[in-house]
Design a protein around this ligand. Structure first.
Ligand SMILES: Cc1ncc(COP(=O)(O)O)c(C=O)c1O
Length: 391
């Protein structure tokens, strides 16, 4: 009887996705802090700043007004309009508010997009190095993530040629592309993204463009796929530029033919997105000046690291175009980035994420540093890493 119950309660094979190692680094850093150590946190990809004042003020007001029931599954109409308007204001692109869907962070947008577009068993390409939940969500949904290695020759981005080569091996149904990318911080030029989308869509491969790091672009302006094709599903979020990770709110711009499917899925999977977060998100657009100041802070952090890290001994990294990540090649010091990150944490007091989290193939040679903290933290990190590597 006990054996039968045990068999019943076995987790499903599809739930066997790997853990997100960055959370393990964070826990190890917290244990050291509990022992009295000071740690410079560069492991987790989240802004040190909170939501803009305009968002907080709107929520305070809404709390006094009482009615916080469900909203329409696709989101509050005025928020959908405000999101569409931001494309016109910030990118000069016309986006129909009807195509905007509010989601519980971009994480939920990926689930909705994958479910709306793909059947179990479909092959969907993702770049390596890349954000691990793309492939883990796909496998939990029964799809087959197809890893495509990128390297310096393609500026660490997917290209049409790389994609079509995989498509010839066995047909692909979709591809996820991100620019600026996590963990690399590199971006695709407008031309590269246009050519990529064209190649994919000509071959019948659906494109999902993760634009969560848009507005955090330093090398050149990030191009939205919304300007390039009405058939691409665009995913974005209030987590990064808007500094609202814990509010769990994001959005998609979906092709008109997918809208009803996404609406039905959202109705059933979530009913609607938290109402207060939607109110906060709409008001966050009024915090543009505050958010631009925060962005300038990241630019300064980037400058401190680009100037300081080579002197500290870490002089090989991928193009640091956008987001708030620097992906460092540590192969000169170790071929085990997990062990390197562990020693750097314990001995130098700097927490970073090992590349193996993002790249099962070459990640043992890389570390990801997040520079969304304070200028002082960046200077301290450079000092500590330099002393540690030279000591
Ligand atoms: C590339 C990328 N996409 C999506 C997400 C998910 O973010 P959220 O669900 O908070 O919008 C993250 C979070 O770090 C990310 O780095």
């Amino acid at each position: 009887m006990l054996e039968r119950a045990k068999a019943l309660l076995q987790p499903s094979a599809r739930s066997g996705v790997p853990p997100f190692m960055v959370m393990d680094v964070m826990a190890a850093a917290e244990r050291l802090e509990a022992q009295g150590r000071t740690i410079v946190h560069m492991e987790v990809g989240q802004p040190a700043a909170g939501a803009p004042a305009s968002a907080i003020a709107a929520v305070r007001l809404a709390l006094g007004n009482g009615a916080h029931g469900y909203t329409a599954a696709l989101g509050i109409a005025s928020l959908r309009r405000r999101i569409a308007q931001s494309y016109a204001q910030w990118h000069g692109i016309e986006v129909d508010p009807e195509r905007v869907v509010v989601t519980t962070g971009s994480s939920a947008a990926f689930m909705l997009a994958f479910l709306a577009l793909f059947e179990a068993g479909d092959r969907v390409a993702v770049a390596v190095p890349g954000y691990p939940p793309y492939r883990h969500i796909l496998s939990a949904l029964g799809c087959e993530p197809v890893l495509i290695e990128t390297n310096a020759t393609t500026r660490w981005a997917l290209t049409g040629d790389l994609l079509l080569a995989q498509h010839r091996v066995r047909p692909l149904k979709g591809v996820v592309v991100g620019s600026p990318a996590n963990p690399t911080g590199t971006m695709m030029t407008a031309t590269a993204l246009r050519e990529f989308i064209q190649s994919a869509e000509d071959a019948g491969i659906a494109v999902i463009s993760d634009e969560i790091y848009h507005e955090l672009d330093y090398a050149f302006r990030a191009q939205s796929a919304a300007a390039l094709s009405a058939n691409t599903t665009v995913v974005n979020s209030f987590s990064k530029y808007f500094c609202m990770t814990g509010w769990r709110i994001g959005w998609m711009v979906v092709p008109p033919s997918l809208l009803r499917a996404v609406e039905r899925l959202q109705q059933n999977l979530a009913i609607s997105v938290p109402t207060l977060s939607q109110i906060a998100a709409q008001a966050a657009f009024d915090g543009r000046d505050e958010l631009e100041n925060i962005k300038h802070g990241y630019e300064e952090n980037r400058r401190i690291l680009l100037d300081g890290l080579p002197r500290a001994g870490l002089d090989s990294f991928l193009p640091v175009d956008g987001a708030f990540y620097l992906y460092v090649d540590t192969s000169r010091f170790s071929d085990d980035s997990f062990d390197f990150a562990k020693r750097m944490l314990e001995q130098a007091g700097v927490a970073a994420t090992p590349g193996v989290d993002f790249d099962p193939i070459h990640g043992r040679n890389f570390l990801r540093l997040c520079y969304a903290g304070s200028h002082d933290d960046m200077r301290e990190a450079v000092k500590r890493i330099g002393a540690w590597l030279k000591g």
